[in-house]
Design a protein around this ligand. Structure first.
Ligand code: FES
Length: 191
């Protein structure tokens, strides 16, 4: 310990105002104020990161069987591909999400009765693809991605064919088109 050490200047004594010590100083007050602000800022920064990490555990809860609009199979004539939509079951609140919770998709009803519901998002970077009955192709306006009528990749940068939704086969036998909605597929989905 240095000979000329001044105990009155020791930060712990001055900050905590220990027995026999001086009253808490302005330096002590600023120390605790700074510490508190750091805790508040650290919490605000950490919360979204923690939410992001743990959100993946809730992913399955966002999924649900949901009717397409329109839902009747008669709305999709055989041999045609029609635009439909569904209300995303992962919505927060009607007033919060508004129309953004209405998710469009393409429904293909083949002549042999097979029904396929395609996600509207291009598998390259997610732009909405359009169906062109004249050429029997889906085309993406962003970078020229092209898909065949069955959704398989035809040309351009997309790494795979269009994503498809699971269809509720029980509801289909009763003439209703229901799909498993709530989560947009990613490149990790099986082809
Ligand atoms: S987003 Fe469709 S080709 Fe790039």
């Amino acid at each position: 310990m240095p000979e000329n050490f001044d105990y009155k200047e020791a930060p712990d004594v001055r900050m905590l105002g220990g027995d026999g010590g001086p009253e808490p100083s302005r330096r002590g007050f600023l120390f605790w104020l700074g510490l508190s602000l750091n805790v508040v800022v650290g919490t605000l920064v950490a919360l979204p990161i923690i939410g992001y990490v743990f959100a993946s555990f809730r992913r399955d809860k966002w999924q649900a069987w949901i009717d397409l609009v329109p839902a009747t199979i008669d709305s999709y004539p055989k041999g045609q591909t029609r635009l439909a939509q569904y209300r995303n079951p992962a919505k927060f609140d009607v007033t919060w999400d508004g129309y953004t919770a209405d998710i469009p998709c393409w429904v293909r009803h083949e002549s042999n009765g097979k029904l396929t519901v395609f996600a509207i998002n291009c598998t390259h970077l997610g732009c909405p693809v359009r169906w062109f009955p004249e050429s029997n192709l889906f085309m993406c306006p962003c970078h020229g991605g092209v898909y065949y009528a069955d959704g398989s990749h035809a040309a351009g940068p997309p790494p795979r064919g269009l994503y498809t939704y699971k269809i509720d086969q029980d509801a289909l036998t009763k003439g209703r088109v229901r799909i498993m909605g709530g989560r947009l597929p990613t490149l990790q989905e099986p082809t």
